[in-house]
Design a protein around this ligand. Structure first.
Ligand code: ZN
Length: 163
């Protein structure tokens, strides 16, 4: 297992679209294990492959008591409700903002074994699923907040980088 380097905002790879995984090979399973280890080490709730520089449609989520949720080629097939809650991202260290998300989502995709699964989640896990799936299309949480708040966060980021 290995800890992967997390790409931070400004790295072009975070704006690219990831490609579907054609086959769940042992290399993909190893990569998912590395992603999970990286996420847990960074104390994140979720992580997407493009955040470690790999343009493949893979996400991992800390499912808390149910353990790791790993999804390959995930797709949101149903959304319900709306909530506006604080959110962060491992690619934006120490930055948080309220983001509107669906309160409950159903996602289909493949699990680590390559089996087709469908899960329905709410609360923090539903939020993490939407956030990580956005990453696969190059969409970041700052794209979903107001212009003024976004500018404040980006200014803060710029300041951190020049310190
Ligand atoms: Zn993120």
């Amino acid at each position: 297992m290995a800890i992967l380097e997390i790409k931070e905002y400004g790295e072009p790879v975070l704006r690219e679209k990831s490609l579907p995984v054609k086959k769940v090979t042992p290399e993909i399973s190893d990569f998912i294990r590395d992603m999970a280890e990286t996420m847990y080490t960074a104390s994140g709730v979720g992580l997407s492959a493009p955040q470690v520089g790999v343009l493949k449609r893979i996400i991992v989520i800390d499912g808390q008591e149910e353990g790791l949720i790993a999804l390959i080629n995930p797709k949101i097939v149903r959304r319900e409700g709306e909530v506006n809650e604080e959110e962060g991202c491992l690619s934006f260290p120490d930055m948080y903002s309220k983001v509107k998300r669906s309160s409950r989502v159903t996602v289909e995709g493949l699990n680590q074994k390559g089996e087709r699964i469908e899960i329905t989640k709410e609360g923090l896990i539903a939020r993490a699923l939407q956030h990580e799936i956005d990453h696969l299309d190059g969409i970041l949480f700052i794209d979903k907040i107001g212009r003024v708040k976004r500018q404040l966060l980006l200014n803060k980021l710029k300041k951190q980088k020049t310190l």
